[in-house]
Design a protein around this ligand. Structure first.
Ligand code: F42
Length: 145
């Protein structure tokens, strides 16, 4: 069985533990903002280990939009590279769990449509993009049928 390696960032690891440990009843928002969070289970491309990454919940119908913002830091988060190598993820949205396949969206009109949905769901993404020189990557996750 693959090993689960928690995030080295304590508040992130704590959120994952509370969220998953409660079956999606507790720890489901970003701190006390009331803004919903999902847990994206991905596979480390170097270690092969299970990684669990909380992200803001942004939906487009039955699909999820994943924003690799990292608060506008200069480098992509490591999970970005994991998804590029292993696009299959599991997404937990509160008490629901889905197997999904992710794809980075580059096509500019589609990216722009999805980015607008992301900023509407979580307005700080706009400030994060202004803070960094990189174009913040955006993935679309679709259910595996
Ligand atoms: N981050 C976002 O980018 N977008 C969001 O919308 C977002 C929302 C959010 C909400 C709640 C919350 O608790 C956290 C939230 N975060 C959000 C933060 C997010 O969960 C991640 O912590 C953040 O994006 C940083 O991701 P990261 O993958 O860079 O995490 C680092 C700290 C990490 O886990 N590092 C590990 C380590 O041991 O240093 C390695 C992780 C890893 O995947 N390793 C790979 C492997 O093979 O196992 C190798 C990767 C490589 O390329 O080296």
């Amino acid at each position: 069985m693959q090993e689960y390696i928690p995030s080295p960032i304590k508040w992130v690891a704590d959120q994952v533990e509370l969220y998953e440990g409660s079956g999606g009843i507790e720890g489901i928002t970003l701190r006390d903002t009331g803004m919903p969070v999902i847990i994206v289970t991905n596979i480390g491309w170097k270690t092969g280990a299970i990684r669990k990454t909380p992200l803001m919940r942004v939906v487009d119908g039955e699909n999820y939009i994943l924003i690799a913002s990292q608060g506008g830091r200069p480098k992509h988060p490591l999970w970005y590279h994991n998804l590029k190598v292993n696009p299959k993820v599991e997404i937990r949205d509160e008490t629901s769990v889905f197997d999904m396949i992710t794809e980075e969206i580059h096509q500019s009109s589609e990216r722009s449509r999805l980015w607008d949905l992301a900023v509407a769901a979580y307005p700080p993404y706009h400030d994060y993009q202004n803070k960094t020189d990189r174009l913040i990557p955006l993935f679309l996750a679709k259910p595996i049928s």
